[in-house]
Write a new protein. Structure first.
Length: 362
């Protein structure tokens, strides 16, 4: 039988390369490659500067996107912040005037094409009192009921039927609805003021309330004027179905926002800045004490009270009763957020230093 002999050589120790060392070498090679790419890009940029005719915007260095700024403007025509001289519109029909009055600056639109619509004012009553419907029957929808329900539907939660001022429901309200084109996103809280002059009957004493309709009132001889602002300087707004809501309280923004008796101010109503609507509690305005202005709101049945004209007379007359350091009327500003992208256009010292002009190249 044949025998086979196998030669086995002794081998020395086998060495293995350390993984850590291999990783380090890969990192060094990657770094060298990255540095080379950077040098080549910088060299290419330098060459481009010599003869290029335009430079593209660098998204990192030259463009600053999505900058949001809050821009405020005066709420009234010409971006003015106050409405002192105002006019009602003769263009409204008799029926329209039972629902609202449209307020213009400059002049009555029936007399001048320069008249500008600024806001509408109205009176609303939960049960429809203080106005008469077209058939003269209270059981049908009266203008004051339509106004109250319209704004309740717009501003209140579905299960809330009445406006609540300082924790108490009110059936009787005055409404100021500002021109939608002028409020932009919202009325600017902290820059809103309404001034109201005290009223009295044109007939004198001894006449029933239902006789003192909007056309039968005048400014009282007391010279009393109340100023109403929102309470954004002392309280956060409430979040509701109608958006953010502020209370309207006694105070002034002339010379800086100041709430009168901030620990316990007189509450006059509600401001819905995102809708451009202010609601005033008629019960408070009817008062004759410190916080009231004797509006004498007509709330009888089957009586066309023309209450919106009382509000107009009170606001439009306030400026003439205030000192020279006070504005009167209505002061307000609009507010909106504007998103902008900024592009920085600049020529650096190493750019555009070459010309094809023969006087330069020869």
């Amino acid at each position: 039988m044949a025998t086979y002999r196998r030669n086995i050589r002794a081998r020395g120790p086998v060495s293995f390369r350390s993984p850590v060392r291999a990783t380090s070498q890969v990192e060094n090679l990657a770094r060298q490659l990255a540095d080379q790419i950077i040098r080549e890009r910088e060299a290419a940029k330098a060459r481009q500067k010599l003869g290029r005719i335009f430079t593209t915007f660098d998204a990192t260095d030259d463009v600053l996107p999505n900058n949001v700024e809050t821009v405020t403007r005066g709420l009234f025509t010409g971006n003015t912040g106050s409405l002192v001289v105002m006019f009602t519109s003769s263009n409204l029909t008799t029926t329209q005037k039972t629902y609202f009055q449209e307020i213009h600056s400059t002049n009555d639109p029936a007399l001048s094409s320069l008249a500008n619509s600024e806001l509408s004012i109205a009176y609303g009553h939960y049960n429809g009192s203080g106005s008469v419907d077209l058939t003269g029957n209270l059981n049908n929808d009266t203008p004051s009921r339509a106004i109250y329900r319209q704004y309740a539907q717009l501003l209140l939660a579905p299960n809330d039927k009445k406006f609540t001022v300082n924790g108490v429901d009110t059936d009787s309200i005055y409404v100021l609805n500002f021109n939608r084109a002028r409020i932009r996103e919202k009325i600017d809280p902290g820059n809103f003021e309404i001034n109201l002059a005290q009223l009295s009957s044109s007939f004198g004493d001894g006449f029933a309330n239902n006789a003192n309709t909007g056309s039968n009132v005048k400014i009282s001889g007391t010279g009393k004027v109340i100023s109403i602002i929102d309470d954004s300087s002392i309280n956060d707004p409430s979040a509701t179905e109608g958006g953010l809501v502020y209370n309207l309280v006694s105070g002034s923004i002339d010379g800086g926002t100041s709430v009168f008796n901030s620990s316990s101010p007189t509450n006059y109503g509600l401001l819905f800045p995102q809708h451009g609507v202010a609601i005033l509690n008629a019960d408070t305005l009817d008062g004759t004490g410190t916080g009231g202005v004797n509006f004498g709101t007509v709330s009888g049945s089957l009586v066309q009270g023309d209450n919106a004209m009382k509000l107009f007379t009170s606001i439009s007359s306030s400026a003439g009763l205030m000192g020279s350091d006070k504005t009167g009327g209505i002061q307000a500003r609009s507010s909106e957020k504007v998103t902008a992208t900024y592009y920085f256009v600049r020529v650096k010292n190493g750019e555009y230093n070459y010309s094809n002009n023969p006087t330069f190249t020869t």
